[in-house]
Design a protein around this ligand. Structure first.
Ligand code: P6P
Length: 341
């Protein structure tokens, strides 16, 4: 593509900003910081095998998971970049036990929740990993920022997105007016618009779940997994099982091709494994903007009122008809005749 046709992330944001009469460019500054941090993390991820940054950091995070060195590096890089942009008052991170208050930004209104490096168990085996972020605004600017300002329902998000460090490095995000994807052109170090107006098919032929936990799943999920495996040409079954063990990679493939990702409650994770604030909600905002559905099994993900920063929820997310079916099975409801899903 001649570079005269290329739309960089910067140009796209400026063009979009002109759509909002009261835009002062604050969100644009946050995106520029996220972009810079992602380029730094991308550089470190790409050379991870060459520099002694693989292996465990020797610490564990609030989740009780061993922190990989890249987890810690990514967390530090994103916090530094977001702190420097001057628009963010608080940062929530999977790697930090508590909310992080940005010095000198007590009067700013933006809050960022993030998983700085999701899929960290895949770092040492060169599988796709990524960064997930979610952006909110504080409602009461007359008071100093506090924890309660963070605990907002996902439907209050002003933006969400993810960087995927895969066979190419991409940014996929939404600000509530559709979903767009940008691919990093290494030769000019610019994220360029490559996937405008992403929508996800109502039906898909891919299901993503860790079937090793099948015996622990709720009955409705076991029933749905069995449904996915049945032979029925009219509904394109059996579906294909695809599970990388990295939410961003599984989500991204299903977003583009159609499919469902499930992380149900299990005996080991009675509330599910994925975190509401910086995994389920940001992905839910994207999938809904792309025409899909995100459910906890009991209701819409973005309607859940968070009680704790690192709260977990079961997650059923993807093509509308596939999620609708598994939720109906979970709730022993008659499955209305859906298109082949
Ligand atoms: P399991 C990665 O650690 C992660 O948080 C998600 O990216 C991924 O979808 C999930 O855990 C995989 O969990 O229990 O199937 O290994």
């Amino acid at each position: 593509m001649p570079y005269s046709k290329v739309i960089t992330l910067e140009q796209f944001i400026v063009d979009q900003q002109s759509l909002y009469k009261d835009a002062q460019g604050s969100l644009s500054k946050i995106f520029r910081s996220l972009e810079l941090a992602a380029k730094v993390v991308n550089r470190d991820v790409r050379k991870a095998g060459l520099v002694d940054i693989l292996g465990n950091h020797g610490a564990t995070n609030v989740q009780g998971e061993e922190q990989k060195k890249l987890d810690v590096i990514a967390n530090d890089v994103f916090i530094a970049a977001l702190s420097r942009c001057g628009e963010v008052c608080m940062i929530i991170s999977e790697e930090n036990d508590e909310e992080y208050y940005v010095d000198g930004c007590e009067n700013e209104k933006y809050i960022v929740a993030m998983d700085p490096l999701d899929g960290s168990s895949n770092i040492d085996v060169n599988a796709s990993i990524g960064t997930i972020f979610s952006i909110y605004t504080r409602k009461n600017l007359n008071e100093k920022p506090k924890l309660e300002d963070c605990l907002q329902k996902g439907k209050n998000q002003v933006a969400s997105g993810y960087f995927i460090y895969g066979s190419s490095t991409m940014l996929v995000y939404t600000t509530g007016t559709g979903v767009n994807g940008f691919t990093l052109d290494d030769s000019i170090q610019e994220f360029c618009l490559s996937h405008p107006n992403i929508t996800t098919p109502d039906d898909g032929k891919i299901y993503s779940v860790n079937e090793g936990n099948l015996a622990d799943f709720p009955d409705g999920v076991q029933e749905y997994v069995q449904y996915c495996k049945e032979k029925d040409k009219t509904t394109s079954r059996p579906y294909s099982a695809r599970y990388i063990g990295s939410l961003i990679a599984d989500f991204h493939r299903n977003l583009l091709k159609g499919g469902i990702f499930m992380y149900p409650s299990t005996e080991k994770a009675p509330s599910g494994k994925l975190r509401l604030m910086y995994e389920a909600n940001p992905m839910a905002f994207i999938i809904e903007q792309a025409g899909g559905v995100a459910s906890t099994g009991d209701g819409r993900v973005m309607d859940v009122k968070p009680e704790k920063l690192h709260q977990r929820v079961p997650l059923y997310i993807g093509s509308k008809n596939m999620v609708t079916r598994v939720v109906a099975m979970l709730n022993n409801e008659e499955v209305a005749e859906l298109a082949n899903s």
